[in-house]
Each structure stands twice: as structure tokens, then as C-alpha cells.
Design a protein around this ligand. Structure first.
Ligand code: SF4
Length: 491
């Protein structure tokens, strides 16, 4: 079977696509993450505004597809989409039909992509090699297979390339991001990533990719992507592999041209249980007041009950109850991070299965506690973004209304936006770049923006009947009382 060589493939943006699409073009392939604007983050904003929500990302995706369809009219080129956002087409199948896309491909494909493209070109899908259809999940997150002529998937869900079948990048990646592993293995019950087999990139593979970004992309940093950085080559019971993490950071910093190294995702229990490790890593990458290490962290909930129910291993090797409460573990982790100039971008979920009002108030309490905590005289550094688990049935019916959020879920949103406004006002001035006038303008615009969003949320919460006083103070009343007594004594 024919194999496509490097010079037969062009990677382009839509502005330049017309230069490459002609009568000989066989496949136009598009990768997408949130094509129809129903990804968790987009939906989290949608529910605040209600109505039949039509996200900007969807408008952009539909425009892209319309332009590609125009460019291929009268030509033989097949239009194929892939990437992590394919599930959205399975949920909004009618929209997918209207887009005039030939195939949606589900799953990782590096090892079979050339073969698959050849089969699509020849109009003959080998059913021994591929499934014509897709895998979806029910409300309990159980997989089920649906036959569909427009979808192609691996014969079994989770089938994917072995490490040695994943090629390293040959051209610079967006934002100089490189993968260090695939899969996660921690096993949170709401997460699809954990269903994929674990594969760790070797140091040589990672170095090779970083060098491409440095030499050809003009980058000066290694942005190390995974879904759980502290899990890189981890030992049993999710004990972090200190040697592997130290080697990874050291080798990256030793690459000529690298000034900054930053992981993308990491869980909070490792800084809580292994502060010396975080300190060691911070020294290697020279973390400091002008070099913060930003990392995304799925905090998910402030509720101990929900944490134990949905993500019992996310805290390992620490155990909730044995090594402290969930609040204490998070607090200690963030304390270590702030001390060592790491900044977590937390996400919290509302709408998890079996969630109660008390669970949501526990999340409000945790946000308030963290937002009012200090280490070495500095406030804890973190952002927090609330996300909503929207049932698939509601997405299908397009019924996005304010009623999707109940009162205590809105309280979680409000507490999050209050903290975001606070941190924006505190940090924008010191961290924005440019001359004094630019800094002042940026501070003003972003400060007003985050304050307005917080005020919008406050109004929204008041209208929904949220107890605003409680949302502002839940979890910190005791601390406030001690502070006022201390103040009284000292006055
Ligand atoms: S730790 Fe993160 S990536 Fe891993 S299973 Fe849990 S949510 Fe998914």
C-alpha cells in the first residue's frame, strides 16, 4: 500500500489553505478539541447566559469547515476530522450531518493514520482493522459502541500506538508544547484520559522535540505536557519518581536555548506530601518571583465525600483521613506551591453524580480558606475556574438555561469569581509587561473586566437567592473571629 512521504503533506492554517488544496489533494484533515462549543469549559460559561447557546468556538469551527468545503468543491479531496472533540459530533449528530464532513475519526492514530488515509482515499474501510462507528459513554460512564457510517474508530476502545510508534515532531509545536506521557492511570471516575494506556516519552524523545521548538520555532522554553506531570514514571501507589522528575527537569534546563521549564498539569497531593521534591524541582528551573511555574490542577471539589467517591486515588500516596482531611491536603499542597513559586490554576466541578448542597458549600469553604491564606507573608497564589457537568441529554436537547445551575452550585461559581477578581487586581500590575502606560492600561482593563465578571456573578447569585454573606464567609468565619480578637488585644 502506498505510503505518503513528508513532502506530500502540508500543514497550514485556513488563510493559506488555498495554496495547497488542488485537484491532486486527497485528504484534508482537521484536528479539533471543542468543535461545537459543548466542551466542559465552554458549557460552564454557556449556562450563565442561558438560551440556545451558540459558542464562538462553534462559529469559528463551522466557518473553517465551510471554507474548506468551498475550496474542495469539484475536487476529489475527502474531508476528515479527528482529535479529542470528536465526541461532540456523536452527541449533536444532526449538526455533524449538516457540516458535510466525510469522516470523523475517534482515538489516537499515529501508528495507523497513513493506512487509514489510504483506505479513505480508496473508499474501502477494512473492517478487520477499523470499526465503522464510535464508542460513547452512558450516564454512568460505561462505554457502548454505536454503528455509524460516518465514524471510524480503532477496533477496541483504548487501542493506541505504542511508544515506539509515536513519531516525534518535525516542525515546531503551538506554544512550544511537547508531550512527556500519554494516559494517566489515576482512575478518577469522570475522566476519559485514565482509560488510555500509560506511555512515558523517553528523555531523548522529549529533548528532540524541545530542540525542534528552540531551533526552528524560536522558543526559549520547554512546556511539558501531560495530564498528570507528577505521574511521570511513577512507582506503585502513585509515589512520585523523584529521580525521573529531577532528571527530566535537569535535562530540559541543559538544552541550549531553554530558559524556562513548565509542566502543564499536576495534582495537588504531591506538593502536599513531598514538599522537598517541589523545592528541588523549583531550584533546578530557577523558580522565583519573576519566574512562576504555572500548573493546571483538577481540584474538582471541596467535598471530602465526593473526593472519596469519584477520585479516591487522586490523593495517593496520601490518603484522605489518614494524612489529613481533603481540605488539609489541598491547603498543604498550595502552601508548598506558593512558597516555591508554583501557581495552580484549579478547576472545580459542580454537577457531579450524587452531589448535595453540603458538598457545594464545602467547595465554597475550601476556596474561601485558600483565598485567605498566607505563607512567608505572601498570599496563596492560585486561580480557580468553576465547571459544570452538563448531562448529555440536556446538551442534545439544547436546553441551556439558568436552571441548569442550582443555588449552591451558583455559590461555588460566585466564590470562584470573587477570588479571580481579587487575584487579578493583585497581580495584573506586577506581572503585565511593557512600559508604564501599557501596564497601567492593562491593569485597568483587566482589573475592570474581572471585577465586572465578579459583580455580574454577584447579581446572578442574588437573583437566584444565594446567601451572599454565607458565600463570602463560609469556611473562614472562625479565622475572621480570631483576627478581630487579636486586633482588639493589640489595639
Ligand atoms: S488525575 Fe486528572 S488526568 Fe488523571 S484520571 Fe484524574 S482527572 Fe483524569
Amino acid at each position: 500500500m502506498q505510503t505518503h512521504s513528508r513532502n506530500e503533506v502540508a500543514v497550514t492554517d485556513i488563510t493559506n489553505a488555498h495554496k495547497f488544496i488542488d485537484a491532486d489533494t486527497e485528504i484534508i484533515a482537521v484536528s479539533t478539541m471543542d468543535p461545537l462549543g459543548i466542551g466542559p469549559l465552554t458549557m460552564s460559561y454557556a449556562v450563565l447566559f442561558g438560551g440556545d447557546f451558540y459558542a464562538w468556538v462553534r462559529a469559528e469551527f463551522e466557518e473553517l469547515i465551510a471554507r474548506l468545503n468551498k475550496l474542495r468543491t469539484g475536487k476529489k479531496a475527502k474531508l476528515v476530522v479527528g482529535g479529542p472533540g470528536i465526541w461532540e459530533f456523536t452527541v449533536m449528530r444532526d449538526v455533524f450531518e449538516r457540516l458535510n464532513i466525510d469522516y470523523a475519526v475517534q482515538g489516537e492514530t499515529e501508528d495507523i493514520l497513513d493506512n487509514l488515509f489510504n483506505q479513505i482515499i480508496e473508499g474501502r474501510i477494512d473492517r478487520n482493522m477499523f470499526k465503522v462507528g464510535y464508542t460513547t459513554f452512558d450516564e454512568q460512564f460505561h462505554p457502548k459502541v454505536v454503528e455509524d457510517e460516518k465514524f471510524i474508530a480503532r477496533t477496541s476502545y483504548g487501542a493506541c500506538p505504542k511508544l515506539e510508534e509515536i513519531p516525534t515532531i518535525v516542525r515546531p509545536s503551538i506554544k512550544s508544547m511537547v508531550e512527556i506521557m500519554r494516559g494517566c492511570g489515576v482512575g478518577c471516575d469522570f475522566c476519559e484520559v485514565t482509560l488510555r494506556p500509560l506511555r512515558y516519552y523517553t528523555i531523548d524523545m522529549i529533548k528532540k522535540e524541545v530542540e525542534v521548538n528552540i531551533k526552528e520555532g524560536g522558543a526559549n522554553r520547554a512546556w511539558l505536557h501531560s495530564d498528570e506531570f507528577f505521574g511521570y514514571k511513577h512507582a506503585h501507589s502513585f509515589v512520585p519518581n523523584e529521580d525521573a522528575l529531577v532528571e527530566l527537569f535537569t535535562e530540559m534546563m541543559n538544552i541550549k536555548g531553554v530558559k524556562k521549564v513548565n509542566p502543564t498539569h499536576g495534582r495537588i497531593s504531591i506538593p502536599a506530601g513531598y514538599p522537598e521534591l517541589v523545592e528541588k524541582l523549583s531550584k533546578i528551573v530557577k523558580a522565583g518571583p519573576t519566574n512562576w511555574i504555572s500548573v493546571q490542577t483538577g481540584l474538582e471539589t471541596g467535598s471530602e465525600e465526593l473526593a472519596k467517591k469519584h477520585m479516591p486515588t487522586k490523593t495517593l500516596p496520601l490518603k484522605i483521613g489518614v494524612d489529613g482531611s481533603w481540605h488539609e491536603i489541598v491547603w498543604r499542597g498550595l502552601q508548598t506551591q506558593t512558597k516555591n513559586y508554583w501557581r495552580s490554576a484549579f478547576t472545580v466541578q459542580v454537577g457531579q453524580a450524587e452531589e448535595t448542597d453540603e458538598d457545594n458549600w464545602e467547595t465554597v469553604a475550601l476556596i474561601n480558606k485558600l483565598s485567605n491564606s498566607y505563607v512567608d507573608g505572601r498570599p496563596f497564589e492560585f486561580t480557580v475556574t468553576p465547571m459544570l457537568n452538563v448531562p448529555l441529554g440536556r446538551i442534545k436537547s439544547h436546553e441551556f438555561s439558568k436552571s441548569l445551575l442550582n443555588r449552591t452550585q451558583i455559590a461555588v461559581y460566585y466564590a470562584s469569581y470573587r477570588h479571580l477578581a481579587k487575584i487579578a487586581v493583585r497581580n495584573i500590575g506586577s506581572e503585565s509587561k511593557g512600559n508604564i502606560a501599557t501596564k497601567a492600561a492593562l491593569t485597568g482593563i483587566l482589573g475592570i473586566g474581572s471585577y465586572s465578571m465578579m459583580k455580574f456573578m454577584e447579581l446572578f447569585a442574588r437573583k437566584a437567592g444565594v446567601d451572599i454573606h454565607k458565600a463570602k464567609n463560609f469556611g473562614i468565619e472562625h479565622k475572621k473571629r480570631i483576627e478581630s480578637v487579636t486586633e482588639l488585644i493589640n489595639s
